[in-house]
Write a protein of this length. Structure first.
Length: 226
């Protein structure tokens, strides 16, 4: 898809706001699972992640539990992990389509700012919300810093962005994959469950099972012609 023809119509106009989860949505990986491999607690953290994403565990508590297992890991590991992540197929095209139509793209993630912000910057995405990782003397302390981006925070940030940019709800889209995305998915004009857990599929307007974000473009364009 060429940027020149990538504006996405909603009823009457282009999208004003697109909000995406990051791990397993905007990117293919779960970042905390990659970090955990370096700490040799990969299997343990991956199991907690899976249960949190299916809604079996409280997200904030499960995040604290997982991050605690990373205590003592060198901060330099984050650079290695950043090099491991890969954008989901179609991510660049979707972002370019919304931006070329005059819309804002935002990332709201239960992942980590040091990993996400540099990737977002390369695509002109300035609205990035994620968890910080506290460190001391070059080592992770095992706790997060700043506001925890839990399910309620995701929904609140979505609402704040909608207000900030004066969005018509019908021209907003949210995409996610886990139970922690339910609030923002339900707040959007179009809530998309992307290769998602059953709890999110049940809450979303539509579900995409093919791992290609260009599928979302097709869905939006179809809605515009209904």
């Amino acid at each position: 898809m060429n940027d020149s023809d990538s504006a996405i119509p909603m009823p009457g106009n282009a999208i004003q706001l697109l909000v995406m989860d990051v791990d397993s949505t905007f990117i293919n990986e779960e970042v905390i699972d990659l970090i955990a491999v370096h700490a040799e607690v990969g299997a343990q953290v991956a199991d907690i992640t899976e249960r949190a994403m299916t809604g079996q565990l409280d997200f904030a508590a499960s995040l604290a539990e997982r991050v605690a297992l990373l205590k003592g890991l060198p901060v330099s590991v984050l650079h290695e992990v950043r090099a491991q992540i890969t954008l989901t197929e179609g991510a660049r095209e979707l972002v370019a389509a919304v931006q070329s139509g005059g819309g804002v793209v935002a990332l709201i993630s239960g992942g980590f700012t040091p990993i996400i912000e540099p990737v977002a910057e390369t695509m002109g995405i300035t609205e990035v919300y994620a968890n910080g990782l506290d460190s001391d003397d070059g080592l992770l302390t095992g706790i997060t810093s700043g506001r925890v981006i839990d399910p309620s925070a995701k929904a609140e940030i979505f609402a704040q962005l909608s207000s900030k940019y004066g969005c018509d709800r019908a021209r907003t889209v949210a995409i996610g994959d886990g139970a922690n995305d339910i609030g923002m998915i339900q707040a959007a004009g179009l809530g998309v469950a992307f290769c998602a857990k059953p709890a999110l599929v049940a809450a979303a307007d539509v579900s995409v099972t093919n791992r290609d974000l260009r599928e979302v473009l097709t869905l939006i364009e179809a809605r515009a012609h209904v």
